[in-house]
Design a protein around this ligand. Structure first.
Ligand code: FE
Length: 251
């Protein structure tokens, strides 16, 4: 099995965080997936952005869910050529002609609570954009995972945070995942070892990693057979995967 590569937020360390140019570049890469995060605006639009606020990565301060789309569009993302955050519709338009599929992460609000009635709106938007059938969903949030299972028949992946891993332990996490019908877990690339991979597979679940941004963590993720990894450096991930497959004598 060849590990799938997801360009994380459009390749943050290569193109800036969730930038239109990063997503456009990703659409032309030989990666399998593009990972992105979504938030609602006050007037019903869906914005592709990592944080619940614009503060950290743009020239503008504000909570996206309290802003109109017009206000969000006046922001300029740092480390991009003066670009504004994309809407989910715009992201669909970029990727419709590309073979790169969607890995859509549903984020929580600035209060760390899930947005009310947000999941069905994201699903409907992806359907209108003709990308729902090419979307896998992910979330760190348990309630959101349950909502995703109810709202679409699409694959859902549980992003397991280091705190959840530490406090719950893998056995309880696997039990919970099976109980809500989530077939796939992803651990932080720094914490994923062959031991965890084998345990998750032994529980009948798929195993992946998030946050593989350097050669050592990428090599480890390929070596332990992650089904999918997210990387801020998709170009490096592709080079490392080619090198790993050559080492293994695989094409
Ligand atoms: Fe994400």
């Amino acid at each position: 099995m060849k590990t799938r590569i997801a360009s994380h937020r459009g390749g943050t360390l290569e193109y800036g965080d969730s930038t239109p140019s990063g997503f456009a570049a990703t659409a032309r890469m030989a990666v399998e997936e593009v990972e992105f995060d979504v938030h609602p605006t006050a007037d019903g639009a869906i914005v592709v952005h990592h944080d619940a606020t614009l503060d950290r990565t743009t020239d503008t301060a504000g909570v996206i869910a309290e802003m109109t789309l017009a206000q969000v569009k006046r922001a300029r993302i740092d480390y991009s050529p003066a670009e504004a955050p994309l809407t989910l519709e715009e992201l669909c338009a970029i990727f419709r002609p590309s073979p790169v599929d969607f890995r859509c992460e549903i984020k929580s609000g600035s209060d760390r609570r899930p947005y009310a009635d947000f999941v069905p709106k994201v699903v409907a938007c992806l359907e209108r954009g003709a990308m729902l059938e090419r979307t896998g969903f992910s979330s760190f949030d348990y309630e959101t995972l349950c909502e995703l299972k109810a709202a679409s028949g699409r694959p859902v992946l549980w992003l397991v945070s280091p705190d959840v891993l530490y406090h719950l332990g893998l056995r309880a996490i696997c039990d919970l995942a099976r109980a809500i019908g989530v077939p796939e877990l992803a651990l932080s690339a720094r914490l994923a070892r062959a031991e965890e991979a084998a345990f998750i597979r032994g529980e009948g679940l798929d195993f992946g990693v998030w946050g593989a941004h350097d050669r050592a963590t990428l090599r480890n993720a390929f070596g332990i057979g992650a089904k999918v990894l997210t990387s801020d450096r998709p170009s490096l991930a592709l080079l490392c995967r080619d090198a790993f497959l050559a080492e293994e004598g695989r094409p």
